[in-house]
Design a protein around this ligand. Sequence first.
Ligand SMILES: Cc1ncc(C[n+]2csc(CCOP(=O)(O)OP(=O)(O)O)c2C)c(N)n1
Ligand SMILES: CC(=O)[C@@H](O)[C@H](O)COP(=O)(O)O
Ligand SMILES: [Mg+2]
Length: 629
Amino acid sequence: MFLERVNDPADIKRLTIPELETLSIEIRDFLVQSITSTGGHFGANLGVVELTVALHYVFNSPVDRIVWDVGHQAYVHKILTGRKQDFPTLRQFHGLAGFPKRSESPHDFFGVGHASTSISAALGMAIARDLHKENHHVLAVIGDGAMTGGIAFEALNHAGHLKKRLLVVLNDNEMSISPNVGAISHYLTRLRTDPYYGKIKGELETLLKRIPAFGSRIANTAERFKDTLKYAMVPGMLFEEMGFSYFGPVPGHDIAQVIHLLRQAKEMDGPVILHVITQKGKGYPSAEAAPDKLHSIGGAVVKPKATAPSYTGVFGKTLVDLAKKDKRIVAVTAAMLNSGLNEFALEFPDRCFDVGIAEQHAATLCAGLSTAGMRPIFSVYSTFLQRAYDQVIHDICIQQLPVVIAIDRAGLVGPDGETHQGAFDAAFLRAIPNMTIMMPKDEGELRHMLYTAFTLSGPVAVRFAREDGIGVALDVPYEEIPVGKSEVIREGRDVALLALGPMVAVAENASLMLAERGISAQVVNMRFVKPIDEEALRNLALKNMPIVTIEEGTIKGGLGSAVLEYFALQKLQCSVYPIGLPDHFIEHGSRPELLHQVGLTSEHIAEVAITLVENQHGQKWVNRKTAGR
Ligand SMILES: Cc1ncc(C[n+]2csc(CCOP(=O)(O)OP(=O)(O)O)c2C)c(N)n1
Ligand SMILES: CC(=O)[C@@H](O)[C@H](O)COP(=O)(O)O
Ligand SMILES: [Mg+2]
């Protein structure tokens, strides 16, 4: 067993090529066992085993710096850099992170989770290296999916201009989460699949060198001829024209060939791109056959069988239903068809647009569609919407365009951790004029909110959690929800619990606990973060009711802030205690563990409510129910 003896990249440098091949087999077995037990990103890691071994064999981390894009494929890197024994805790509370993290290892040079950042970050490191007059290598390892992101091209553009020594390893497996899309993807396929390209390269370069360049007219003609030939035949011409030397394509599971080309690339001065062909899910037949389904998997811990569909599932079905009735509805996603759009894509292939990992473009595309009479919906995870903030402000909201933003994974997501928590969307969207923001208390209300969203004439966000619903009936007619109106779930006298989304059920439970203590709590489903239900707030203040706000989003700027701002601006006295996400990033763990950590539990809500009631009365709370016993 070679793997047992590998705890540091130095340990693999003594191995022969056949030994590295055996090590790769052992790593693949380890990954399968480990990820099927803990859950995690599966296909991408199986696909980069040989590539990662070769990278650590040829380069010298942590002197040389390897920057991973997205980082969901960095498990092999973690195994080779001394973290193998931590894999039983992968993505669990206080355990090994699912992505590279600077605080976790000196081999993790850049924290990731979101796509397309590696070339920018690596270029920054290369510039700093040269300013410090150091001499190490800097590498960005980026997938073909991540290469569809605009920021990756911004970085290529800059790197090609600066001509710094930088190696970009393009790991091309033809997959994003779903099959990769776009013109660049087609271009890569041409490079990959046309054997003529590969064969001709060496011959062509020799030929070009032989064409003499003398005499002005002949030289010009010769140069033009060279250019035409190059454009027609040289692989990677797009990258070459951007200032990169292009190497490849190299079969990425052939460790000897990858090592050979990495060594060549290492000798080059200036920016180099090495195009490596891999297979997502390599070595695990069902992941090879359906890489989109096994992109990320749950672990061996069996979740209790869901009794209700997920919010994402209900969103997808509702959208198909609404789109059947309204031909203007078109759906846009930035490489996340899995965010409920798979069924829509099958049903309406001409009305569904996967734009690649390009959230900014997706938002502005929706703006454009809406100016031309369509009713676009941008389906996006909360965390990835962060990428498109300016587009939402500048292109959608200033022009008051009727774009629906369906925000999946709003709130804590769990095992993906701090890069992926949907903590901020309510707060950052609330700051934008013309925006309407709603969140349903259950999957039934989600249907009504989507229906309502398409009746409005301006921008609207419907947020929902990474959760299963609670099992309400879904075969009921759609209802229009009055904008800015909350819903009283339970009347009360002593304290008001104002909750958002799935927190309404948690607040209801808290109200039962409070009832046990003789406290009558009003439970309100706020529904809207913006516009906030001012009438309801005013009435509570007039009744002198202390208020607890409860939301699965950052306290700063969210529902709690909205309530406090309202009272301050109206000069109304009211005691308000906001419960939500604190002012630090929340790491990975299960949703229940994280909710407990931040105090989003019925028990904590009840405790806070009791304190507010005591403050209101200026004395310890005496349980009216039990006082006389
Ligand atoms: C900004 C952003 N949008 C969306 C995602 C979700 N996402 C994670 S991995 C992935 C596909 C990446 O494809 P690729 O880079 O080719 O890596 P592969 O999984 O194929 O190895 C996507 C869309 C993300 N992480 N970041
Ligand atoms: C790496 C990445 O961004 C995605 O793969 C993400 O981890 C998917 O999250 P869900 O499992 O919540 O769909
Ligand atoms: Mg890919």
